[in-house]
Each structure stands twice: as structure tokens, then as C-alpha cells.
Design a protein around this ligand. Structure first.
Ligand SMILES: [Zn+2]
Length: 533
């Protein structure tokens, strides 16, 4: 028995040691001491700047709709700060074309009778206003199919039109904010093997048909001469999700009427009152401005030059989108990501930790309209996912493509980092696994081979460059803040923000000092049309 026990003990020892050996590369003592400095600078309330940055970006300069006067002022504040921190090569890099700018100057929406009450209401972007205060009747005109147009022809002139059904308000008991559980993270770490998907084309066709019908309704309402289109939001509890209602291209996009999104609870009350045959009178005063003088937008760039002559022309990037929608202040989407990246590069510069490669921040605009800023940047610098190189039959890339090491992105709200989406790049897993070890105590433990969509790392991935979005706790991002009037400073969690800035700064630091660049997936083939999920 004793002999068996000692053999068993040796086996256990071996098992315990072998995985540690297999886990190389590890983080070195000197790297750990740099990470210590980064943590001190990022966590100490006396030195952290992250809540000040996010407050300026949201409270003072938000919202930051692309090409609005707000975003231009926000960019000026940001580049001033970057210069104050002594970053190098700070500049706005123009890209074109985006389209005209838009801003909302005033929104006042009231029901006057039969019972007066104020509405929680927001103008849809790129729509015209009311041209002064208008008092008129509200009309419930449900238009869901072609035959409905005839029913309401000639009845809507000068009226406020409510065409949507009252959205459902299902009972809700779950907490709206959520952190990943251990079980959810374990599930996220597995690779799902999917069968061929069916029904995808049907869904796309259905989406197109709905969109086309919606444009028909819009044209009908405009031709009928309504005063304003009053629409419900998909959420509840006074939260209103609002995006655009008109187009940025004055020449090509169909014209839109005044369009206002209102809280479900307000919308429902008006419709139920009208259904009981009480006339409802409303007062609507919406002032919107268009800016046609400059149709171009910009990305915000700044650098810390590399300290090693042999590697300084290689670049590690960190970034996120700077623009937002207009109803809140763009605090979680994506003031949070912008503030994290700014704080991360400030920490790296202030601590003076040595970095062999050049580190570059890129804050993008036009993300909400289709990753436009980062796509333009990729095309200007690295390659075009839509153009084939005749020699290789793969996408055409620039010489700069060989020098971009990796890109790290934050754009999923205020929730802290729990891991990294590898975007299908297995080769990087052992590296990131080792780099996560110093952050296990901050809740970062999970790598997933899966892709995540919807934001600017995809622009890098599309040209075969290592672009990564971190796994973040969901919090109340999808339920409450993302694209809503509740996307505000109060939904920002300070400990999460600090954790993200420290981890991003450390990952950038480790990348910038690694002997080799981050391994890449093979260069993709050119795609005829940009396919961004
Ligand atoms: Zn976003």
C-alpha cells in the first residue's frame, strides 16, 4: 500500500508540474513588475483618470453622433488631452464620405387633452423637426399591409400619426443587469460545432420586405402631409431606444417626415384613449439641424513610439468607436470603450513602462452606421477586403499590413473583462492563456475560439489582421443602455472601468514587447460585397 501511495504521489506531482511546463510562454518577472506599475496607476483613486474621461465624453460632450457639432467638440477635447499626456503623432485622420451632420436642438412633446401629460420623447436622427411648436390631433392609423393605405388616405394632413400597434409588455421578473456565471463562461469557452444553417436566406428576404414596406409607409405619411410621426420604442420602464429615421445622403436617401420615438407607456395611453373615441390633442416642438458643409468624418489617432529601433516600425493598436446614438449621452456605447482605451494609453505613457513596438490608439467614428471609420482606416493603411491581388488570388494588402501586430477593441458597455474572443485564431490561445494568469484575481479567466460580431475588430479580421474584442460582463447593456435614452454616466461602473483599463494596458504592453508578433490566420480571399455580420 505504501509503495502504491508513493507512486501515486509521484504521478500527482508529475500531473501538477507538466501542465505548468506546457503552459509556456509565461509572463516574466520584469513583465510582472511593469504590470504592477500599471495596476497601481490604474487602480489608485489619486492617479486614475477614467471617471473624469468618461464624464467629459458623456456629460459634457455627449451624445457624439457622427458628424454632429458635439462629436467635433468631443474630438477636440480628446486630442487636447492626448497632447497634454505627451502622446506623439496626435491627429484627426479624415475619411470620406460619411454624409451630412445632424443635431437635435429642442424636443418638447406633450399631450394637452383630454388629460395633459408630458411624454418621454426623442427625435430620430437625420429627420426634420416641426418648424416651431405645433398643436394638432393625434390619429391612430395602424398601417401593416398594402390595403391599409386606402383607409387613411386624406385623413392625416397636419395630424400626429401613430401607425404602430401598442408594443407588448410581458411580465418581467429577472434582474436586468447580469454578470457571467462560471457555468456561462465555461459554456462560452467551448466551440459549438454547427450543422449547416437553413432559413438564413428567408430571414434576409423577410428583413428586406419589412424594410421596404416601412419606407412605403414613410412615403405615404410624407405625401399625406402629417405634422409628425409618433412611434413607440421596443423597451419599457421609460427607456426609449432611438436610432435614425432619415438618411445622411441628401440626394440619394428618401426624404423623411418629422419622426419622434416615445416611451411605450406614453404611446399606449394615447392609443387606448383614441380607441375609446376621445380626441387626443398634442403639442410637439422639435428643432433639428442639418449640416451640409462638411460630409467627411475623421478617426482620432495618437501614439507612443517604440523604444527598440529594430521593432519601432511595428505597431500594436488599441481602440474602439467614439461615436454614439443621440438619445442618451453615449456613455456605455461607446464612451466606455473610448475612455478605457484613452486611460490605458495614458497609463502606459505615464508609468513609462518600456515598450519595444510603437503603440497606437484609434478611436473611430461612423461605427453605428456600419463600422465606417475603422473600415476606412483599414483600407487607407492595410488592405481592401473587396479587392483581389491577381498574383495570390487573396486580398490585396499594403506593405503596412506586415507591420501591424494586433488590435484590441472594447465596445460592449461598462462590464468588466472576463476573457477574450479569439476570432477563430487558435494559434494565439497559449499566449493569451499565459497573459491572463496575472488577471485571474480580477475575474479574467476565459478564452473562447468563437467570433463576436458587431464592432470594429471585424474590420481588422476582414483583412487577416489579428483583431480582438474582449469578453465583457453583459450588465444592463442589451436590456437598458445600448442605443437608448438611458445610455448615461449613471450606468457606468467605476470598478469595471478601472479593471478594463488595467488589463488592456497590460495586454498592449505584453504584445509590444513579445519577441515575435501575434500569430495570424491565413490571408482571406477577397469578398465581392462587404460581409459584416
Ligand atoms: Zn457600440
Amino acid at each position: 500500500m505504501r509503495k502504491h501511495a508513493s507512486v501515486f504521489a509521484v504521478l500527482v506531482l508529475l500531473l501538477a508540474v507538466v501542465p505548468l511546463r506546457a503552459q509556456s510562454p509565461t509572463v516574466s518577472q520584469s513583465e510582472l513588475s511593469a504590470i504592477h506599475q500599471i495596476r497601481e496607476e490604474g487602480f489608485d483613486p489619486k492617479t486614475s483618470k477614467i471617471m473624469e474621461i468618461i464624464s467629459y465624453l458623456s456629460d459634457v460632450y455627449g451624445p457624439r453622433l457622427t458628424n454632429s457639432p458635439d462629436i467635433k467638440e468631443a474630438a477636440k477635447w480628446t486630442t487636447d488631452k492626448m497632447n497634454e499626456w505627451h502622446l506623439a503623432n496626435v491627429h484627426l485622420e479624415p475619411w470620406t464620405p460619411f454624409g451630412r451632420g445632424w443635431s437635435n436642438e429642442r424636443t418638447s412633446v406633450q399631450v394637452l387633452s383630454p388629460r395633459p401629460f408630458p411624454l418621454i420623447a426623442y427625435a430620430k436622427a437625420w429627420t426634420p423637426g416641426t418648424d416651431g411648436p405645433i398643436t394638432a390631433e393625434a390619429v391612430f392609423a395602424p398601417i401593416t399591409k398594402e390595403e391599409d393605405f386606402a383607409k387613411f388616405k386624406g385623413q392625416l394632413k397636419g395630424k400626429f400619426a401613430l401607425t404602430a400597434a401598442i408594443p407588448e409588455s410581458p411580465e418581467r421578473f429577472d434582474a436586468q443587469a447580469h454578470r457571467y456565471t462560471d457555468a456561462e463562461l465555461a459554456d462560452l469557452a467551448t466551440q459549438p460545432v454547427l450543422a449547416a444553417q437553413s432559413g438564413q436566406e428567408d430571414r434576409i428576404a423577410q428583413f428586406r420586405a419589412t424594410r421596404e414596406f416601412q419606407l412605403k409607409v414613410q412615403k405615404f405619411l410624407l405625401d399625406e402631409g402629417i405634422a409628425c410621426w409618433i412611434e413607440p420604442s421596443r423597451s419599457d420602464d421609460g427607456t426609449v431606444f432611438v436610432q435614425q429615421g432619415g438618411g445622411r445622403d441628401k440626394e440619394k436617401d428618401p426624404p423623411a417626415p418629422c419622426r419622434v420615438a416615445v416611451a411605450n407607456e406614453n404611446y399606449g395611453r394615447i392609443v387606448r384613449t383614441l380607441e375609446k373615441k376621445f380626441p387626443v390633442t398634442m403639442l410637439v416642438d422639435v428643432q433639428n439641424k442639418f449640416y451640409d458643409d462638411d460630409l467627411n468624418s475623421f478617426n482620432i489617432i495618437g501614439e507612443i513610439p517604440g523604444s527598440d529601433k529594430a521593432k519601432a516600425d511595428e505597431v500594436v493598436m488599441l481602440g474602439g468607436h467614439f461615436d454614439s446614438w443621440q438619445a442618451g449621452t453615449g456613455a456605455t456605447d461607446n464612451g466606455a470603450g473610448s475612455a478605457v482605451m484613452l486611460e490605458a494609453i495614458r497609463i502606459l505613457k505615464t508609468t513609462g513602462v518600456k515598450m519595444r513596438r510603437t503603440v497606437r490608439i484609434g478611436l473611430w467614428t461612423g461605427e453605428e452606421e456600419g463600422l465606417l471609420g475603422s473600415r476606412a482606416y483599414i483600407k487607407q493603411h492595410f488592405g481592401d477586403p473587396n479587392t483581389e491581388d491577381p498574383a495570390t488570388h487573396l486580398i490585396k494588402v499594403t506593405p503596412e499590413h506586415a507591420k501591424l501586430d494586433a488590435y484590441y477593441n472594447i465596445d460592449n458597455g461598462t462590464g468588466k473583462i472576463r476573457g477574450v474572443y479569439l476570432q477563430g485564431n487558435e494559434m494565439v490561445a497559449p499566449i493569451f492563456n499565459a497573459w491572463m494568469v496575472p488577471f485571474h484575481d480580477l475575474g479574467m479567466t476565459t478564452l473562447t475560439i468563437r467570433n463576436t460580431g458587431g464592432t470594429d475588430h471585424l474590420s481588422y479580421d476582414a483583412v487577416g489582421l489579428p483583431g480582438f474584442q474582449f469578453i465583457q460582463d453583459p450588465m444592463d447593456y442589451d436590456t437598458r443602455t445600448h442605443h437608448s435614452n438611458m445610455d448615461v454616466y449613471e450606468r457606468i461602473q467605476e470598478p469595471d472601468m478601472k479593471q478594463m483599463a488595467v488589463i488592456v494596458a497590460s495586454f498592449v504592453y505584453l504584445t509590444a514587447n513579445r519577441d515575435e508578433m501575434i500569430p495570424r490566420k491565413p490571408l482571406p480571399k477577397a469578398v465581392p460585397v462587404r460581409q459584416f455580420p
